[in-house]
Ligand binder design. Structure first.
Ligand code: SF4
Length: 214
């Protein structure tokens, strides 16, 4: 389905269904979004949103995190899983932001992925949502739905990112990925996609096959 016309149609359909393409992680600034995204690995955004208000109340500034030890952060994030690694990464990334980047969350892919615990997914989220740069956040929903729609044929997040960057207009890519997350929770779920009532069915090879079997 990868014609320019079909991609434009797909973007329009998702836009119509989800006019507000916002990230479901709650944050007040770049640093909070970075930390919330680190916490969201192997955890739901809903759980992260439960945990972060108390975390950010206890550590309200970059300096508060810089001066903390990972053991100080750990009790606040325990329910997010992988709390030992995550608490170490959060303190280490804050120290690096202070020492290397003058206290500002960096705005390039290279600098972001050099931060402890930060991969391309997190870096793309910061670049898109904070700095308004063209970004492609390849989370589990994005990877699954892009494959079903025939936009790519790979589960590798980096390859999915490259495939989507090739076909999406740069100014649409960040919001497109946010919309795929909403769509993946709502319609194109992992186990029981609602293909027969899906607005994208006409564009979806996987869905047509699945619907035809019923
Ligand atoms: Fe997902 Fe089915 Fe819609 Fe395709 S038709 S996008 S598989 S819900």
């Amino acid at each position: 389905m990868k014609t320019t016309k079909n991609v434009a149609w797909l973007i329009a359909l998702l836009k119509a269904r989800y006019p507000d393409a916002i990230c479901s992680l709650e944050s007040r600034d770049a640093l909070q979004l970075l930390i919330a995204t680190r916490l969201s690995a192997q955890c739901t955004d809903a759980r992260v949103n439960v945990v972060t208000p108390a975390l950010f109340a206890a550590f309200p500034t970059l300096d508060a995190f810089v001066e903390a030890q990972p053991e100080d952060v750990l009790p606040y994030i325990r329910s997010c899983g992988f709390f030992n690694t995550k608490s170490k990464d959060i303190v280490a990334m804050c120290r690096m932001i202070k020492e290397t980047y003058g206290g500002r969350v960096p705005d390039t892919m290279e600098a972001l992925i050099a931060l402890p615990g930060v991969g391309r997914k997190t870096a793309n989220l910061i670049l898109g949502d904070v700095y308004g740069k063209p970004a492609v956040v390849t989370d589990t929903h994005c990877i699954r739905i892009s494959n079903r729609l025939g936009l790519c044929k790979t589960e590798d997040p980096y390859k999915v990112e490259l495939a989507l960057r090739e076909i999406l207009p740069p100014e649409e890519s960040n919001n497109f990925c946010h919309r795929l997350v909403l769509f993946g929770r709502d319609v194109c779920t992992a186990r029981a996609p609602k293909c027969t009532e899906c607005p994208l069915l006409a564009l979806c090879p996987w869905g047509k096959k699945a619907a035809g079997k019923k």
